[in-house]
Design a protein around this ligand. Sequence first.
Ligand code: DQA
Length: 147
Amino acid sequence: RRVLVLHGPNLNWLGKREPHIYGVTTLAEINELICNKAKALGLEADCFQSNHEGALIDAVQQADGRYECLIINPAAFTHYSFALRDALAAVSLPVIEVHLSNIYSREEFRRHSVIAPVVVGQISGFGSASYLLALEAAAVLLRKEGD
Ligand code: DQA
């Protein structure tokens, strides 16, 4: 069972980017945690980061048929990318939205996600553990589908 984990813009700078909000764990470390957690759950995870909207949309389209679940932290695209939302709505695989920070406790513009209406669910506010909780959610979803 294969899961694709997508990271949006500026997440390549995790560790040095506003560490008081996003923590000191780097993206490479998070990806390692993700791969280990996936294995423990009997899943296989691939991770991809891009600062470019089009590259993320290409990755979403290419995931269709190749993966069973998509986990995405759309970063700032969360708040305004209708193109990314349309891509996520178009693919047949279930999508889980992830945020390191609690987007509802921050600036007004972060409190709205244009992505949320097209995902199965959202996990927000648990730092790098948000991704690991999303993997747990993916395992639950895929087990249900297998029933
Ligand atoms: C984020 C929250 C977004 O508002 C922000 O633009 C990010 C990261 C998070 O993981 O908390 O880049 O998605």
